[in-house]
Write a protein that binds this ligand. Structure first.
Ligand code: AMP
Ligand code: MG
Length: 327
């Protein structure tokens, strides 16, 4: 009988249920993303989406397990960080499942889950990780039982910079792929603020200037290219500094923005200079359930203490470096 660990993601726009077999050989994802027609993610609307899609995905997952004659041995959920109403949909379902199947419940950190699944997919063991997504812009590495943050954004995330700028130009979110495409269509570049503070980054000033330039009628392609070249160069500078200090020999790029080919190209150059291996997962860079199931497996196999149901409240502002890992 296959023993499955089930994991639920619901921190923001994606509701996902992941399954992983207890030996880690089988990892599956059943997820669905809410895309607002205009504007950014509205927490209540996203939560409503999750509530509607959850039973449909759960039925599919339970059927899959039944067909394999498998059983659920542990349940995990993304406990934070994220949007409160969205987090609570996943947490409520996770609690119900853990009680129904009488199995342990674990709450995992969303960003750590991004990193762990990326490590599994790329085979990197001890990387300096660059997590760039809608919710995160952080450079971190695992030291002992914690992830240590080398550098991070001081305001908005890189994904937010891209999406908020593209929204100002009239494009619905997420618009990272479109920004990448438009940037590729020009060689022109204009100077915009470049803000690196030690190993931290700031993107909100760039956003203001880009919006201003947009109003002045500057071509969107030039602005997309300038955004990418500037923001990615800032990230590369911080990564170089972290590499020099940490002496890591592996660089892992993950999160939704990791799909960007220009960012990959620039970081590859940094990696070559430092003789480090560079890798990007070929899937599951955006939010998904598989990463939560896989990280829950790490908790489960390392005999982590399960959460008590009555103490399994969500943590919308949970920081990456606050988490003490059982491995
Ligand atoms: P996540 O929060 O991990 O689901 O990632 C979503 C973020 O990744 C959004 O801000 C997207 O705009 C961004 N994104 C996705 N693909 C790309 C791309 N090719 N280039 C830049 N950003 C991207
Ligand atoms: Mg994410």
């Amino acid at each position: 009988m296959v023993r499955y660990i089930l994991g639920i993601e619901s921190t923001a726009h994606t509701f996902g249920i992941g399954l992983v077999s207890s030996d880690g050989s089988e990892v599956l994802d059943f997820s669905h993303t809410y895309t607002p027609k205009i504007g950014g993610i509205h927490p209540r609307e996203a939560a409503e989406h999750h509530t509607k899609i959850a039973p449909i995905l759960l039925r599919r997952v339970l059927e899959y397990i039944a067909n394999r004659r498998g059983k659920i041995v542990a349940v995990g959920f993304a406990r934070g960080p994220g949007l409160g109403p969205c987090l609570r949909v996943g947490a409520t379902l996770a609690r119900a499942l853990a009680m129904r199947f009488l199995v342990p419940l674990y709450g995992v950190h969303h960003a750590i889950a991004h990193i762990e699944i990326a490590k599994k997919l790329t085979g990197l063991c001890n990387p300096l990780t660059i997590l760039v997504s809608g919710g995160h812009t952080v450079i971190a590495s695992k030291e002992g039982n914690r992830y240590r943050i080398w550098g991070e954004t001081l305001d908005i995330s890189l994904g937010n910079l891209i999406d908020m700028f593209m929204r100002a130009a009239g494009y619905p979110s997420p618009a990272g792929p479109l920004c990448e495409k438009l940037a590729r269509e020009t060689q022109e570049y204009i100077e915009i603020p470049y803000v690196v503070k030690g190993t931290d980054l700031s993107f909100s000033g760039i956003l203001s200037v880009l919006k201003e330039k947009l109003k002045q009628g500057i071509d969107i392609k030039i602005l997309c290219r300038s955004l990418q070249e500037t923001a990615f160069a800032m990230l590369c500078e911080v990564v170089e500094r972290a590499l020099a200090h940490s002496e890591k020999k592996e660089i892992l790029l993950c999160g939704g923005v990791a799909n960007n080919k220009r960012l990959q190209e620039m970081l590859k150059i940094v990696a070559e200079e430092y003789e480090a291996r560079f890798a990007v997962p070929n899937k599951w860079n955006g939010d998904n359930g598989a990463m939560i199931a896989y990280t829950t497996l790490l908790y489960y196999t390392n005999n982590a203490k399960p959460l008590k149901i009555e103490e399994s409240y969500v943590l919308p502002l949970w920081r990456l470096d606050q988490v003490v890992l059982p491995y």
